[in-house]
Design a protein around this ligand. Sequence first.
Ligand code: PEP
Ligand code: MN
Length: 346
Amino acid sequence: MIVTLTAEAPISTINAILAAANSAGCDARTFDDGHGGAVLGIAGSVTIAGLPGISAVLEKHRPYMLASREGRPHSPTVVKVGNVRIGGGRPMVIGGPCVIESRESLIEAAIATKAAGAGMLRGGAYKPRTSPYAFQGLGEDGLRYMAEAREVTGLPIVTEVMEPDQVDLVAHYADMLQLGSRNMANFPLLRRLGQANKPILLKRGFSATIEEWLMSAEYVMAHGNPNVVLCERGIRGFDTATRFMLDLTAVPLVKELSHLPIIVDPSHGTGRRSLVPRMALAGLAAGADGLIVEAHLDPDSALCDGPQTITMDELSHIIESGRVLHAALLTGLEHQDRLEAPAAIA
Ligand code: PEP
Ligand code: MN
């Protein structure tokens, strides 16, 4: 069940609910709702009548009760990453190379990414490559170069973590931990990310349904980490004309279903650099809280994902037009958000 508490709820109410859940043998988690109140997710049903400060009790809800918008329909989550925020306002653009190639090239790319107007830097140190013979990344050296690039530019950094045992190391350097598409249903890794003290960028598995994706977010949250940003990065379709099929319907749908922020990856979602600018803007038009875009100083020489990688100039154009588009859509989006009551659960 989901229980929502007002900002005025006494701590004794939370304690009483957690104690009732505990004695009923139900897992329970409590998170701030971002507005002074709290939301409790209880894996089961307990009696809590008569406690002060309870604003709603939902006995029926979606299986991802912590990630669901049902408990907090009017308070979308804003995730802080270093000194920036994702969700609830201006779209955040994350730019940078697919993979960290060398110290010098990364620092130069980071400076150009910042100059293009991006708010965060991406770059992989541990890469989930389809071929075991392809470049697998620079490992901890790459993480050090990312940290240095943050020193130079002030941009918070996001990088992928592939194994539970890598989480502490990657979290030591990075501001945000990326869980890649191929690992979306890696439950030991999800559990471990729930214990990390850094926000998580949770990419959609390319064969995952939206419910499976939100259940992966639930894993991270149920293990203690409420700071999850979802990323739509394309799913497998039947057509080989593009690398994946960027499912932009997922964006407004996820906004109806969940309070978590969602960003769009038009690079992996298309696999073709000529399609990236328009699909980036389409992602923002669909209501995304941001973008993650692969950009490189010389895309043709990129060590990974060159065909979908754009130049820094193109990144700058996307960011500029994205700002104009977002401002133009703002009034319409606000109107839309007022219409968006989440569907009642039967
Ligand atoms: C990436 O961001 O470089 C990446 C490997 O993404 P995905 O997990 O979405 O394929
Ligand atoms: Mn890539």
